[in-house]
Write a protein that binds this ligand. Sequence first.
Ligand code: FES
Length: 129
Amino acid sequence: MALYSEKVMDHFRNPRNVGVIEDANGIGEVGNAKCGDIMKMYLKIEDDIIKDVKFETFGCGSAIASSSMATELIKGKPVADAMKLTNKAVTEALDGLPAYKLHCSVLAEEAIQSALNDYYSRKEAEGQK
Ligand code: FES
């Protein structure tokens, strides 16, 4: 059996939603201290819907495939659904990752959580003005 599924290879070779959203209202950046990989997520949220999502990943192939798949899974979805996205769901959508690469999908979950937290703290700050 090949080490990586076809879906992983597809999202690694043709990652979806790569880039920056200039007017993002939720930005999250996370890293893994062990491997040194970094992932940055940009969210554009309107009326509690993820209207747009983009990412920049400086990391391994699995991290790129995981971020690409994670963005596809939350795009157009309500914020409440994005909050529930787990690395397990990302891994399953990719038809699996080798055990020692599971942390790459965790990074995608954390990056989205971090961007959502940023969105909520901005909202809170706006409410306090
Ligand atoms: Fe660290 Fe993949 S090896 S994110």
